[in-house]
Write a protein that binds this ligand. Structure first.
Ligand code: PEP
Length: 246
C-alpha cells in the first residue's frame, strides 16, 4: 500500500510576503486533512521561512535541487547537510528544467540521487521524454534508459520517481489519464526488473500541468501514486483541491 503524496514545486517563484500568504491559505484549508502527504519545495533562500510557516501542520519540506558534493569550493551550490539543517526531507532531482537548461547529465543526476539518499533524505527523481521523442515512438526507450542510468539498485534508502513528460510541463497540455497510466505501468514494470519486490514500495508520481480539474482522473489510475505540481501549486485553493483529489 503506497500512501499518496503531492509535491509542490514552486520553481523560481515566490517572495517573503507571497510565501506567507500561500502557506497560511493552504494551512487553513488543510485543517483535518491528513490522508495525503503534502510537500512544499520552495526556492532555497526561502527554506528557513517555509520551515517556520509549516510548523504545527502536516506539510513537509522539500528542496528543488542539491549538490552531489558534500562541502567546499562549489560556488552557488547547496549541500545536503545545509538542507538537513532546515528540516528538508525531500529533494527534487533531475527535473527536466535542470537537465535541459542547466545541462545536468544522467550521470550527474545519478550522483545527486546517491548523495541525497546517503544524507538520509528522499530524492524525487524526475524522468520524462520530450515531444520529439514521443512523436518518434521512443518514449519508453528514453524512460528505460533514464531509469537504468540511475543505478537504483545501489541506492540504500527510499526514493520517489516522478514521470514528467517534458511536453506537458508548464504547457497546459496534460497527458491523458490513459497516456499517463500506460507510462506508469511501464515504469513499474522496469522498476520490478531492476529492484524485484523492493519496487512495490516505490511511489511513482505524475507531473505535467496537473490542475484541480484533471487531478482526480489522473490520480485514480492504478499506477499513479500522486503528483508533482508546478504552476498550480502557487494558488492555495487550487493546490488544496489537487491534494484532496489524491
Ligand atoms: C513541474 O515543474 O514539475 C511541473 C510539473 O510543472 P507544471 O505543473 O507547471 O506543469
Amino acid at each position: 500500500m503506497r500512501t499518496p503524496i503531492v509535491i509542490a514545486n514552486w520553481k523560481m517563484n515566490g517572495g517573503l510576503a507571497a510565501n506567507a500568504n500561500l502557506v497560511s491559505g493552504l494551512k487553513k484549508q488543510l485543517v483535518g486533512q491528513q490522508a495525503t502527504t503534502i510537500v512544499i519545495c520552495p526556492p532555497a533562500p526561502y527554506l528557513a521561512q517555509v520551515e517556520q510557516l509549516i510548523e504545527s501542520s502536516n506539510i513537509q519540506l522539500g528542496a528543488q535541487n542539491a549538490s552531489e558534493y558534500s562541502v567546499g569550493a562549489y560556488t552557488g551550490e547547496v549541500s545536503l547537510k545545509m538542507l538537513q539543517e532546515f528540516g528538508v526531507q525531500y529533494v527534487i532531482i533531475g527535473h527536466s528544467e535542470r537537465r535541459v537548461i542547466f545541462k545536468e547529465t544522467d550521470q550527474q543526476v545519478a550522483e545527486k540521487c546517491k548523495a541525497v539518499v546517503a544524507g538520509g533524505l528522499v530524492p524525487v527523481i524526475c524522468i520524462g521524454e520530450s515531444l520529439e521523442e514521443r512523436q518518434q515512438g521512443n518514449a519508453q526507450i528514453v524512460i528505460k534508459k533514464q531509469l537504468q542510468a540511475l543505478s537504483l539498485e545501489e541506492l540504500r534508502g527510499s526514493f520517489i520517481i516522478a514521470y514528467e513528460p517534458i511536453w506537458a510541463i508548464g504547457t497546459g497540455e496534460t497527458a491523458s489519464p490513459e497516456q499517463a497510466q500506460e507510462m506508469h505501468e511501464f515504469i513499474r514494470f522496469q522498476l520490478r526488473e531492476l529492484l524485484a519486490e523492493r519496487a512495490d514500495s516505490v511511489k511513482v508520481l505524475y507531473g505535467g500541468s496537473v490542475k484541480s480539474d484533471n487531478a482526480g482522473q489522473l490520480f485514480a489510475m492504478p499506477d499513479i501514486d500522486g503528483g508533482l505540481v508546478g504552476g498550480a501549486s502557487l494558488q492555495a485553493e487550487e493546490f488544496f483541491a489537487i491534494c484532496r483529489a489524491a
